[in-house]
Ligand binder design. Sequence first.
Ligand SMILES: [Zn+2]
Ligand SMILES: [Zn+2]
Length: 342
Amino acid sequence: MKAGRLHAFGEAISVDEVPIPSEIGARNVLVRVKACGICHTDLSMINGALPPPRLPAILGHEPAGIIEAVGKEVKELKAGDRVFVNSVISCGHCRYCVAAQWNLCINPSNLGFDWGGGWAAYMEAPAFNCCLLPEEISFEEGAIMTDAVATTFHAMKRGEVKIGDSVAIFGIGGLGINAIQMAKAFGAAKVIAVDRKEAKRELALAVGADEAVDMDAPDVVKQVKRLSGGEGVDVAFEFVGIDSAIEKTIESVRRSGKAVIVGVYTGTFKVSAHPLIVKEIDIRGLWTVCQQDFPYVAELVRSGKIDLSRSITHRIPLDEVNRGLEILEQKIGNPLRIVIIP
Ligand SMILES: [Zn+2]
Ligand SMILES: [Zn+2]
């Protein structure tokens, strides 16, 4: 089969001929991959910032496809089932796994990292990680549901968004675009989208944001406050991953409000202590997706509550995976989500 492999850090992905995984584990399945997303995490693996432990490595951690074969102990899935697959393989034994906080597992492995990934015709995955994908949903949408949609579901839970809330979404990219609709699905009465690009702000309004604000405007925080009744929003989400955006996100919440930081960022940011204290503001981190959210994500998309028709901007054959990575890295043509078709 064809597989997109990383041979050396900083080098292009090589599409190689490799054997189809054989001798599937007893609790695993073989998935015929129909679509697999690409995202910034892949760029970090390729440039060595997040190095896979063994090279060459087949990347791709956002797969959807059809079950081809199942291990001898797998009863809950069968050949022919359509699935989208969570790439985080939790140990099942640590205190976080026991508490169903699978994303916080202290000893995880990952598809497309230390397991073969979805930039390939076939991949082996634990049955536990596979969630049924309804017929009405395309494999391409299934692929982005694994990360770009499921993460926003988890984010709404972290932010405890509830009926009537006002919500601000900082950063209308591959995740922020879905977060707008997800906030509405969770009951938000007003969603304010914040992005520096006019095209992204227009898109935000088209998918259901009530207001859109320029992130580069010097009074962006003031505008968000004015649009949410003067004091700030109930919950603000940050999907950018830069200090200035994080700081504005925190400044935009009202008393007792919550700021949820989703964009991956390794630097530091400044918070004024006094407003944090007197307003009892919560600042919360968020790490990836939770397995138990997948069936809910599937139903939200199947029912049309979350419309992904505008979330995928590029579909790229596996042979051209490097072109997809270039589009992502150079932001050529305002990409939202890019999907590889093996
Ligand atoms: Zn990803
Ligand atoms: Zn664990």
